[in-house]
Structures are given as structure tokens and as C-alpha cells.
Design a protein around this ligand. Structure first.
Ligand code: ATP
Length: 353
């Protein structure tokens, strides 16, 4: 059976500038994908190519096995059965919520259209707002109208272009979770574009992390975090420090980190490694022999995220319960747990554990 959406070796060029190249990915029915990456990496370009607003210079895009884009030939956006939610929602300010939702249903008989609008209002829990105007709604409600409008014509794929970026930062993650649930409940296949990894984690089944127009890693959120394939991926996903360490004669890590036993890992004496250390690799341990200086910390409610300095000056993050209240300049006793740590060889490919 064909994938719901397939991109095969897709490239997009703006004149002589190739914005995207060699991108291959598939989405199965009901799957939520994400294009994630820093500004300018080509996320929007790819989304626009899928929507049919941009032509491709190489490769193929298909929906349920039917080619919708190839070099020199493309199905126009209105014939693609692709729905789109824009960054600013793009609601029509002079139309009521119900008429906004009905916008893409002009070809439907009136009675059926009315029924579909009612169904969509219920889907996004806005039944009582049918006659309201966009300016009378909160940002989150406006977004739900945009979602209902995009879903009303029952698209094969829903494209979401930074759908949470104009909303309050506290609302974003919560909404990402809610929208995910709504899409999952209704079996909608979707692609989200975002530069925010928390949003991507909260919403997507699989994420294509892009770098300069290419896929750096296509993986589940879990694997992107736990098995980043390169230092770029680890740095973009963040939440950790990449340390340069060396191994001594006893097979342990160097001076400052001498007490870090590498356990089952065996490295050559004198070898230099790049080690990705995340907050979950370091534990507060009041009995530990190792105390690290607190350089800074941020309060997260249940936890403090501590920024700790190693004896050689490199620093590492540590999440400790917030009743462990050590101010900057103080010392925090900690224990490293390297069972899950990621080691990058000099060529940035992670070692097998
Ligand atoms: P952002 O997160 O900032 O929106 P993005 O990942 O969506 O970035 P794109 O907008 O897809 O990135 O842009 C990818 C590259 O293509 C960038 O280098 C950008 O400058 C370039 N680009 C985008 N649109 C055009 C255009 N119409 N003409 C020429 N170059 C373009």
C-alpha cells in the first residue's frame, strides 16, 4: 500500500540557489510528522512544495501513490486535497466563525455544508461560537477555527505552518498536546513546521530535523533526544553540554572527570572523546565525593536546573529537586550516571553502547 504522503529525493531551487535538496520522507495514514530546524533550513519551502505553492527542481511528491509534484509538472494547490493552517491563522475578519469554516465547502450542497460546519464546530469544541467573529475570540480559539476550516474539506494531509508561534508561550505546549489529541482521535495525517523542539516533541510521531536544506536526522522524538546522530542534532535538541574529555591509562575520563567510570565502555588511553551530558545524566547525591560549583540556576517549580562548573572549566546541566537550594557560588554534590550518555567520535557519529 502506498504511503499517504511521500517525498522522494526532493529539491527546491530559487533561481540558482538550492534551498532544499535530497529530502526523502514518508508519512503513513494518521501519522503526524514534523519539519524542525533553525531559521532558513528550508522548512517553509518544503511545506509550500507539498501544498503546491512552490515547484520542485528534482524528485517527486506523491499523495496516496499519485504524483502531485515533479520537475516541470505540478498539480495546482486547489486540486491537491491538502489542508493548511497558517502561522497567523489567516481567518477572514468579516466572516463569522461558521462562515470561515464553510469557506472551502462552496461546492457542497447547502444542507450537507451546514451539517459539516456543525460537525467541525463540535470537533474543536466551539459549538457556541458559530456566530461570533474572529476578533471576539482568544488566540487559542482562533487557532481552533483555523484548524476546523482546514479540516472541513477532509484533506488527505493537513499542513500546519508554525501554528502556535503567535500564541502565548505558556499556551503553546498545552495546545500542541491538545491539537495532537484531536488529530489522532480523527485519524488526520499531518505535517507540522516549527523551530521549537518542545512543540515538535509534544506533537509529532516522527521528526525530520533539517540542516541547510537537508535532512540531518529523521526519527522519533525519543530517538532524536536519546540517540542523536550528530553533534548538530544534539546541539539543536539542546538541554545538554557537549564536553571534550580524554581517557587515562586506567580507562577513565580525564582529570576533572577522573571519577567518571565509563563502565562497560572501553576506550584507548589518550583518546579524546566528545561526550553529550544531559540533566538526566547527573544526579544530586548528598553522599557524593564530587561537588561542583554552581555557576547559575533557573527555577522550574519542582526542580532547579543547575549550571555546574567542572574542575577543568567546562560546564554541565543538572536537574535537582528545588528543595535542594544551593545559590550560585555554592557547591552541589553530584554523581554522574553515564549509562545513557551519548559519545561522539571525532567524525560526530555516536559510538555503539
Ligand atoms: P524560518 O524558520 O526562518 O521561516 P525556514 O526553515 O522556513 O526558515 P525557508 O523559508 O524555507 O526556511 O528558506 C530556506 C532558504 O531559502 C533560506 O535561505 C531563504 O533565504 C531562501 N528562500 C526562501 N524563500 C525564497 C525566495 N522566494 N526566493 C529566494 N530565496 C528564498
Amino acid at each position: 500500500m502506498s504511503s499517504q504522503l511521500a517525498l522522494e529525493n526532493v529539491a527546491v531551487a530559487y533561481g540558482s540557489f538550492t534551498a532544499v535538496s535530497g529530502v526523502s520522507l514518508t508519512l503513513e495514514s494518521g501519522e503526524i510528522g514534523c519539519l524542525l530546524g533553525p531559521s532558513g533550513c528550508g522548512k517553509t519551502t518544503l511545506l509550500r512544495a507539498i501544498a503546491g505553492f512552490e515547484s520542485i527542481s528534482a524528485g517527486r511528491i506523491s499523495l496516496r501513490g499519485d504524483t502531485i509534484s515533479q520537475p516541470g509538472a505540478m498539480l495546482p494547490p486547489e486540486r491537491r486535497r491538502v489542508g493548511m493552517v497558517f502561522q497567523d491563522f489567516a481567518l477572514f475578519p468579516h466572516l463569522s466563525v461558521a462562515r470561515n469554516i464553510a469557506f472551502g465547502l462552496a461546492a457542497m450542497p447547502a444542507a450537507e455544508r451546514q451539517q459539516r460546519v456543525a460537525q467541525m464546530l463540535e470537533l474543536v469544541s466551539l459549538e457556541t461560537y458559530a456566530n461570533a467573529y474572529p476578533h471576539e475570540l482568544s488566540g487559542g480559539q482562533q487557532q481552533r477555527v483555523a484548524l476546523a476550516r482546514a479540516l472541513a474539506p477532509a484533506p488527505e494531509v493537513l499542513l500546519l505552518d508554525e501554528p502556535f508561534s503567535s500564541l502565548d508561550s505558556e499556551l503553546r505546549e498545552q495546545l500542541a498536546g491538545e491539537v495532537r489529541e484531536l488529530l489522532k482521535r480523527n485519524g488526520v495525517t499531518a505535517i507540522l513546521v516549527t523551530h521549537d523542539q518542545h512543540e515538535a516533541f509534544a506533537m509529532a510521531d516522527r521528526i525530520a530535523l533539517l540542516r541547510q536544506g537537508r535532512v540531518a536526522q529523521l526519527d522519533t522524538p525519543y530517538n532524536l533526544y536519546h540517540n542523536p546522530g550528530s553533534e548538530f542534532v544534539a546541539e539543536f535538541i539542546g538541554q545538554g553540554s557537549i564536553l571534550t574529555v580524554s581517557v587515562n591509562e586506567a580507562g577513565e575520563l580525564n582529570d576533572g572527570l577522573g571519577m567518571l567510570d565509563m563502565g562497560h565502555r572501553h576506550w584507548q588511553a589518550g583518546e579524546t572523546l566528545r561526550l553529550l551530558v544531559r540533566p538526566d545524566d547527573i544526579e544530586y547525591d548528598e553522599h557524593s565525593q564530587l561537588s561542583l560549583v554552581v555557576r547559575g540556576r533557573s527555577f522550574r517549580g519542582a526542580h532547579y536546573l543547575y549550571d555546574l562548573v567542572l574542575p577543568d572549566g567546562q560546564h554541565v546541566p543538572c536537574l535537582a529537586p528545588s528543595h535542594i537550594d544551593v545559590p550560585p557560588g555554592g557547591q552541589l554534590p553530584v554523581r554522574f550516571n553515564l549509562q545513557h550518555v551519548v559519545v561522539f567520535e571525532p567524525d560526530t557519529t555516536p559510538a555503539e553502547s
